[in-house]
Design a binder for this molecule. Structure first.
Ligand code: ADP
Ligand code: MG
Length: 396
């Protein structure tokens, strides 16, 4: 029986742990102690901080695992890389994990590889911040290098805003430096994919629904297939060069991209499956269970054939977060019944009536989500509109 270690035990990792169980693998779930749902369904638990590579390696060796996997978050990637390196498992190397999880190191790698990206400067203090912004101009983006889900990312239109953002980042980030970037005005999109020994297994570009009510445009939904005037081959070239630049040879990955004046800019590469329902987007498109494929790749199985459509038509999907624009107490909530709607792939609401709800600022404020599938994105958008019209969050 294959043994797989899953890093993370929260809701986001549940489909991954479920998938490993379905495949008949022995699952060992690692996370800091707590009432995490993943611990309840795992075969074995280890209460280890997944951001601690040495601690996770010790546990992986103790259990003699055949694979290690995570999804939707960066926090365990360095430990995952350490385990893959030391135990010769299929997956990310630690050096690639380090480059991919530090936005400044990623940008240096992209610049060296000649990939189009926002001009950026690494900033260590307030003096350097002013110098960097004199060069970059406004609007600019100030970024913590080690956070995710749009946390620690600020758009700045003046030096005062930049100085205030710098103060916030110093509190939020564990690193002693941050990144100043030119603000790119364009159309955000993304690409989800998987690579094994330097060869792409699949690449699925997708559309990004952007919410503008936050400090920085943030993604609150996706759709696939992508319908932008940009070729699949062009996207593939940028993504492959970015993966090479970071040294990602075997891993699932997720890229944030931006189209501006017909040119593709790289915003970020995450060395793991994307958060916010992108694994579901992949599953629907290819008619597979992508979480199972993540597990299969991690234990060293060949996965490429699962993405061959072989005459089948890919399926379209649209996913959207349910968010509140108001902070307060959730007085009442109404969501449609999912039972009699075959277009709904999944739908959930995390918030409870009489509980606190926060106006959407970043990924942590998601109140729920809806994922619909259909024959075309247009059709899915229609279903989504109908469903969202029935969703009501009454906040006081
Ligand atoms: N230079 C930039 N210009 C315009 N928008 C940006 C820029 N950098 C980031 N963004 C926006 O902020 C979001 C979050 O930034 P990103 O670097 O992807 O960090 P993370 O996703 O880890 O929070 C991006 O998806 C994009 O919408
Ligand atoms: Mg991102």
């Amino acid at each position: 029986m294959k043994k797989i270690m899953v890093l993370g035990a929260a809701h986001a990792q549940m489909p991954l742990i479920d998938a490993a169980e379905r495949l008949g693998y022995h699952t060992i779930v690692a996370s800091t102690p707590g009432a995490h749902p993943g611990f309840l369904i795992a075969d074995g638990c280890c209460h280890t901080d997944i951001s601690d590579p040495a601690g996770i390696l010790l546990q992986a060796k103790r259990y003699q695992v055949d694979g290690i996997v995570t999804c939707g978050m960066d926090i365990g990637l360095r430990a995952l890389g350490r385990v893959c390196d030391e135990m010769h498992l299929a997956g990310l190397t630690e050096s690639a994990a380090v480059r991919a999880t530090d936005k400044a190191l990623s940008m240096e790698s992209f610049a060296q590889a000649g990939i189009d990206h926002a001009r950026s400067v690494k900033v260590h203090d307030r003096q350097e911040l002013e110098e960097a912004l004199d060069v970059l101009g406004f609007p600019a983006v100030l970024k913590a290098v080690d956070l995710m889900g749009s946390r620690g990312i600020y758009r700045c239109d003046t030096m005062e805003q930049a100085q205030a953002a710098y103060g916030s980042i110093q509190e939020e980030s564990a690193q002693g430096y941050c990144l100043a970037e030119e603000f790119l005005e364009g159309v955000l999109f993304g690409a989800e994919g998987m690579i094994t020994e330097g060869e792409l297994d699949f690449l699925l570009p997708y559309g990004t629904k952007v919410y503008h009510g936050t400090l920085i445009p943030t993604s609150v939904g996706h759709w696939a297939p992508l319908d932008l005037p940009v070729g699949q081959e062009e996207i593939r070239k940028v993504v492959v060069r970015a993966l090479q630049a970071l040294g990602i040879r075997t891993s699932p990955f997720n890229c944030d991209l931006l189209l501006k004046d017909g040119k593709i800019y790289l915003i970020e590469v995450n060395a793991r499956a994307g958060a916010s329902f992108l694994s579901e987007t992949v599953s629907i498109y290819y008619g597979i269970d992508y979480y199972e494929i993540l597990c299969r790749q991690a234990v060293g199985e060949r996965v490429r054939d699962h993405f061959a459509l072989e005459g089948r038509r890919p399926r379209a999907s649209v996913s959207q977060m349910i968010i509140s624009e108001k902070t307060g107490i959730l007085e009442n909530v109404k969501i449609p019944d999912t039972q009699d709607n075959s277009h709904i792939e999944k739908m959930d609401l995390y918030v409870k009536t009489k509980g606190q709800i926060r106006a959407y600022r970043d990924g942590r404020d998601t109140a729920g989500y809806v994922i619909v599938k259909g024959d075309s994105v247009q059709e899915c958008r229609r279903y989504m509109e109908e469903i969202l019209a029935e969703v009501c969050l009454e906040v006081r």
